[in-house]
Design a protein around this ligand. Sequence first.
Ligand SMILES: Nc1ncnc2c1ncn2[C@@H]1O[C@H](COP(=O)(O)OP(=O)(O)OP(=O)(O)O)[C@@H](O)[C@H]1O
Length: 950
Amino acid sequence: MSKSSQSSPLSLYKACPQGLGTNGSHACDAATCGSPFQLPSDRQLITHPSKPCKCEQGFGGANCNICQGSTSCQDVRNRSSISGPFTDQLVCHQQPEAVTTTYIDCNVNQKTISAVFPGDIKLTVSKVVLSDNFTETGLASWPSQAGTLLSQLWLDGEEQFYCQASECRQSNSSQAVSTKGSGLGASDYSCRNLECYCIPGTDMCGQGVFDLSPVINHLNGSFSLKCDFFDPATAAGDSACSMNGGELLKTTFGDSGIPLQNCTFGSCLGQNELEIFYANQSVESGPNLNSHLSRAIVGGLVAIGLLIASIFTAILLGIIFHRRATRTEESLARGALGLRWDDLSYRLPEKMPGHRRGKLAKRNILESVSGKLEPGSMVAILGPSGAGKSTLLDILAGRNKSGRISGYISLLHRDAQDHQVTVDDVSKIMAYVDQDDHLPPYSTVREALHFAAKLGLPEAVGSRDRQEEINQVLERLDLLPVAEKMIGDDQTRGISGGEKRRVSIGMALVQRPSILLADEPLSGLDSRTALRVVSSLRDRTRYGSSRWSPASIILTVHQPSSEIFLAFDKVILLAEGQKMFEGKPTDAFLWCASQGHPCPENRSVAEHMVNMAFQPGLFKPSSVREDLVESIVVPSPRQQEEMEEEKALETEVMMARKSCADKVRGPKSKTSTWNQVVTLTERIFKTNARDYSSLLFHILGSVIVGFFIGGCFFRVKTTISGFQNRVGSMFFIFTLSSFSALSAATGLHKERRRMIRERADGFYHPMAWLISHLMFDLLLLRAVPAITLTSIVYWMVGLRSSARAFFEFLIIAVIFNIDMAAYNMILAALFEDLSLAILLSVLGILLNLGFGGFLLNLSNIPGAIHWVQYLCPMKFALEAAASIQLHGLMIQDKVSGLNISISVSAFAPSLFGFKENAYYNDLIVLSLAFLLPFILVLTFTVIWRLKEVR
Ligand SMILES: Nc1ncnc2c1ncn2[C@@H]1O[C@H](COP(=O)(O)OP(=O)(O)OP(=O)(O)O)[C@@H](O)[C@H]1O
C-alpha cells in the first residue's frame, strides 16, 4: 500500500497523484503498481527499483498509468466489477491530446544528461486538461486540477525529481516534433508557473557526481510539452515529444528543449465522450486563420497594410491636386510684366587685411542701383568682368544671396486689368538661365526640354501643346539636328558647349516665362548663332498670343556685335557695382561723347562702353542716372504720360531682402508635388537605365560576393567551428552591406549640384526630389542587392531552413542596408566635400564593426563607452539575426574525447552580450529608432542644406 500523507513542497502533490506514493521520508517519491482504476492511496508501492511489482493487465509505463490496447480499460473495469451506472463503453485513447486527463511515458534522450547520469532515464507526465468526473468511467478519483501538468523524472526506476505547472492550454500544431513524425502534427501543452522539487538523496539530487538540486529547485517560468500524434498504423510506440521552457531549461538545453523518445500515451475514456470531443474539435478548429499566423506575419501584415494605406492616400491626394492643377486655366494668360528696381545695394562681409582676429568689413558689390525692365522689352546689362552684372541678375531673379541686400524690386503690369500676380507667384512667372550649364548628362536634348516644360509650364497645358512648344524652341534655337542626342558630361561625350548653352536657354524658354533673366546666354556661341538666339529672344518679347503673354527679357552680355547691340530695347552699363548708363542703344554714342570719350568710328559702341567702364574714373563725377540719361533721353509729353500710368500700375511684389523662412523654403515650385515626383522618377529611372553601371555593379557585385561568402562558409555544421562560421557569415553579410551603402553618399553627391540648381529654378520642391531619389536608391540599389546577397549566402551557408526564419533574416538585412544608406545620404547632404562625408561614413562603419557585438563583447565594454553600442545599427541587426539563427541551436561536438551536446543559448549571450529573443525588439529599434529618424533628418538636411546660396 502506498503512503500519501507525507507533505510535499509542491501544492499539487499534497495528495500524491495517480501512479505515485510515498515510500521514504519524502512525499510522492515512489512509483506504484496496479492501474488508475485503483485509488492512489490503495496502489501498491514499488519499494525498490530492483523489485518491481506488476501493473494490472492492459496497463504499463513507469508507474502503470498507461492503458495499452483498445479494450484494456473496459477489460479492467469488467474484471474488477467496479460498480456504477455506466452508460458508456470504455476505450483506451492512445494520443497525447487529453480529453480530460492523459498519461504520458517517455525515454529521455539528452546526450549531456546521459553523459553525466548514465542509466535508463524516463519521464512520466499526467496532463490534466479538465477535472475528471470519475463516476462516468469508474477510474479512481484523485484531486486533479484542470489546466495542470504533473511530471516525474526517473533514473533506473528511481524517482529523482517531480514538477508541476499550471494555467496550461492545449492546442494542436501542424508541425511535428520529429522529422520522422507521423505527419499528423503534434499536440502542444503550454503552461506557466513551473515548479520542481528535487528529492534529496537521489542520484541527481545530492547523491551522484552532480547535484542538480539548485537547478531543479529553481526551475520556473513557462513550460510546454509538445508530442507528435500517435499513428496506430505505422508508429506504434515510437512517438516523440519535446519538453521546453523555464529560463533555466531553455538556457541549458536550447529552444528544442529536452528530446523525449519512445513516448506512449494512454487514458481511459467513454466511447461517446471521445466522439463528442472530436466532433466539437472539428467545429472549433474550422478555418481559423489566426491560429496559423505567427506574430511576425500578423505584425508584418499590419505594417504592410499601414504602409500601403499611407502610400495609397498620398497617391490619391497627389492625383487630386494634380487634377485640380490641370484644370486651373487662370494662370496661363497674363499681360506683359516688367521689373523696376530702386536703390539696390549688395554688400558682402570681407576680411580686413592686417586684422588678426579676422575683423570683417563690408564690401559693396552693388551700390544703389536703380533701373527698369519695361513690360515686353529686352534689356542688356553690359560691363566688364566683376562689374556686378550677375549679382544684379541674381537679386532680380530672387536667388538666395549670402550677402546683405537692400532696396526694392517691384513688378510692373502693362495691362491694368491684370493684377493677379502676387508675391507667391513671382518665382512661377520667371525663368533663369545661369552662367554655367547644369544639364542632366544622360538625357537627350528633347528630354531635357520636356523635363523643363513639364515642371515649368502650368499643368493645365496639355501634352500636345507642350510638345508643340518644345518643337518650336528646338527649331528656333537650331537644336533640331541634336534633339535626340544625349547631352553628355566630362565622362561621356555628348553635344558641344554651344549646344549646351542653347539647351539651357531652351529649358528657360519652354517654360513660357513672363520675365526671363539670362546670365551670359551668348557666351560660347559663334556670331551667327548668337544673333539667331537674340532674334528668337526678341520675338518672345514682341509676340504674345491668346494663350501666352509676351516676355520681358533681361540678359547680361560681355561684348555684343553691333547687330546684336542694336537689337536690345535698352542697355544698362555697370562699372564697379554702379550704374553708369541706362538708355537706348542708339543713345549710347551721344552718351559716350557727353562723357568726353566719343566712340571711334572703327570700334563698336558696346566695346567702347565696356572699355570705358574699366576705368570708372573717366566718368564725370555727377551721377549718370539723374543728370545725363534724363537729359539725353528726354521723354515726350506722351511718353511722360505713359510712364505715369505705368507707375500707377506697379505692384510691390518683392522686397529685395527675403525673410528667413523664404531662405529655407526656397522658391515656390511651379507645378503640383505629384507632377514633380512623377517627372523626377521618370527621369531617374530612365537615366539609370542608360547609365546602368551603378545598378549593374550593385546587383552583380552582390551575386559575386554572395557566392564568395557562401563558398567560404558553405554548409556550416552544428559543431563548435560551425557555430563560429555561422555567426561569421552573418557578420560578413552586415559588414558588406555597410560598405556597399557608401555608394548612397556618392550617389547623392553626384546629383547634389544639379538638384540645387533645379530647385533654385523652381522646378521642384526638395521633398519631391527626395522621394524620387529614395524610391530609386532604396529600392534598386539597397533592397534588391540586399535580397540577392542574403538569399545566396543564406542558403549556401545553410542557416535555418524554415521560410519564417529566412524572411525574418531578410527583413533585417534589408532594413539594416537602408539604415546605413540613409545615414550616408545624410552625410552627403550635410557636407559638400564628398571626402569628408566618406571619412565620417567609414568612421561610422568602424564603430558598427567594433560595437556590433561580433568583435567586442557587448557586456564587457567599459562603462564610459558602453552606450556607444546603442548608436550602432549593426548591434541590433546582428542581435536580431542571432535571435533567429542561434536561439535553441544545439551544438554537438567531441571535445577531448567527450561528446558534448549543448544549446547555443547556454553560452551565446555571454559570448557576445546579445539579448535572447530580441528579434522584434531589434526590428522595432532598426525601423523606428534608426530608419525613421534617419529619414526625418535626411529630409530636414536636404531642405536645409541642398539649397543655393550665391
Ligand atoms: N558670394 C560672393 N563671395 C565673394 N565675392 C563675390 C560673391 N558674389 C559676388 N562676388 C564678387 O562680386 C563681384 C561681382 O561679381 P559678378 O559675378 O556679379 O560679376 P560679373 O559682372 O557678372 O562678372 P563676369 O562677367 O565675369 O561674370 C566680383 O568681384 C565677385 O568676386
